[in-house]
Design a protein. Structure first.
Length: 479
């Protein structure tokens, strides 16, 4: 990859790059340099997706094997991550936006946290052995005996806390890197390509790996953790960030925690941002209920894990030919209009699935439609954030959104688990998703309304200080 320091601020339009080159900020790529950038980002996204699939898909099986209730599964799989995300994400994102180092403002955090996350992820399936070791201590054994959960679930929860502590550093920072290094005019198609590799990882995992979970759980966790650590560190080594303009704060002479909090609050809650947050929050409810989808297929449709893995693999593969055309649609129509299509499609498909999924064929058919809509939504919402949010505060604004999602998850995930403990019918996963899909569609309509107030497609200016428009553009336009 080739990069050139032009000495220009990251939003400057002066001195366009030479024909045949591509620029974002102070980075200028040749065609070969842009290809190398995409290669390493795509490789990183592939292994990152594999890593992210382990906990929500395989951890519930491990927990259920050791007697966990739906509520306990929801707490360990979802609530722990939500709590840590609400604490770690805003701190790391705020600091990352304001970090200036010779390695950039994102790469140092990613490279530092990756080895720790990989080690603790690999330890998750060893929770029973770790619980046995802890129980050998008389003091710890007496303390554990007074807790309301079993030693295995306690050990698993502790390991998940350690894993998520470092994983939240990575997941908080990783996707900000794309906006910093990828030329904006290609961002829709670039995100589509990145997601294609993520979908390939999802297909490979569901089709070949998931079926082996009961017999080779430890080997799967170790192998994926190792692949992730090596692949992600190589990406960090080969992707280079440019130079960033000096940090501008509302009060550049004030420092300390109180000032950071004041900056965060004054910059992060303009109306268009709040409705964008709400859209993503409502759509994230799908991930909470997806934890229980394996039990619907296994316990109510009576499918084995191999069949479930094969059936759930196809939506990712089906989405592959749709991803790049959808990326072109994003660049042409803008993110708001394109994302609206995916939200509506997913909501309607879930409503129909509630009534018509009764066997493997129905699960496959509706799984393809719902899965494809979800995967396309994930492409679109990434572009939506990077065109709506102010570029110099992308991390901070994304973290504000993540705080709201995390806090909602802390409350809603256990409630979701209790609901299924009470109703004993996992078919209602479809009604759950459809209900929040309707709320997401309404929120997105409000985003469009405020987007027009901020300049619309021709002159969009992202709010910054005290909910007023700054003199800097966000680098957006077609949203």
């Amino acid at each position: 990859m080739e990069s050139t320091n032009t000495g220009l601020p990251e939003t400057s339009e002066a001195a366009p790059p030479v024909t045949g080159t591509y620029r974002t900020g102070t980075l200028v790529y040749t065609r070969a340099g842009l290809f190398a950038l995409f290669f390493w980002l795509l490789a990183g996204d592939f292994v990152f997706t594999l890593m992210e699939l382990l906990q929500p898909t395989l951890l519930p099986l491990l927990l259920r094997k050791h007697g966990a209730t739906n509520e306990e599964i929801a707490i360990i799989v979802t609530t722990i991550a939500s709590v840590l995300n609400s604490v770690i994400n805003p701190i790391i994102s705020y600091r990352s936006d304001r970090t200036r180092s010779r390695f950039g403002r994102r790469i140092p955090y990613l490279a530092w946290a990756t080895p720790f996350a990989a080690v603790f992820l690999a330890l998750i399936p060893f929770a029973p052995e770790i619980a046995g070791i802890l129980s050998r201590s008389p003091v710890l054994a007496r303390a554990i005996a007074h807790l309301p959960i079993s030693p295995v679930l306690l050990a698993c929860g502790l390991i998940v806390v350690l894993f998520q502590t470092f994983n939240m550093v990575i997941s908080s920072i990783y996707f900000y890197l794309f906006r910093d290094v990828v030329p904006l005019e290609h961002i829709g198609r670039a995100w589509a390509l990145f997601r294609v590799f993520g979908y390939l990882a999802t297909f490979c995992f569901n089709y070949w790996i998931f079926a082996q979970a009961e017999r080779h759980l430890k080997e799967i966790f170790i192998a994926v953790s190792l692949l992730y650590a090596v692949g992600f560190l190589l990406m960090c080594r080969n992707v280079r960030e440019g130079q960033y303009p000096p940090v501008e704060d509302a009060d550049p002479h004030a420092h300390g925690l109180a000032t950071a909090i004041r900056n965060f609050l004054s910059e992060s809650f303009a109306p268009i941002y709040c409705w964008t947050y709400a859209t993503r929050l409502f759509m994230s409810m799908y991930l909470i209920v997806a934890t229980f989808s394996v039990f619907f297929a296994r316990d109510q449709l009576h499918l084995d894990l191999r069949t479930i893995g094969n059936v759930t693999a196809w939506p990712a593969l089906f989405c592959l030919p749709l991803a790049y055309p959808f990326g072109m649609l994003l660049d042409r129509w803008g993110a708001i209009r394109s994302v609206s299509l995916t939200v509506i499609a997913m909501t309607l498909a879930n409503l129909l699935a509630f009534f018509f999924v009764s066997n493997k064929e129905g699960l496959l058919a509706f799984g393809i439609v719902i899965g494809a809509a979800w995967y396309l939504y994930m492409i679109g919402q990434s572009v939506l954030l990077q065109t709506i949010f102010h570029q110099s505060r992308l991390g901070q604004l994304s973290s504000a959104n993540s705080i709201l999602i995390a806090l909602a998850g802390v409350v809603i995930a256990p409630a979701c688990g209790k609901f299924f403990d009470w109703i004993h019918d996992y078919r209602y996963i479809y009604i759950w998703t459809a209900f929040f899909g309707v709320l997401a569609a309404f929120s997105l309509s409000k985003v469009r309304q405020h987007w027009h107030r901020c300049g619309g497609p021709d002159d969009y200016r992202a709010p910054l200080y005290n909910r007023q428009f700054s003199s800097e553009t966000s680098g957006g336009g077609e949203a």
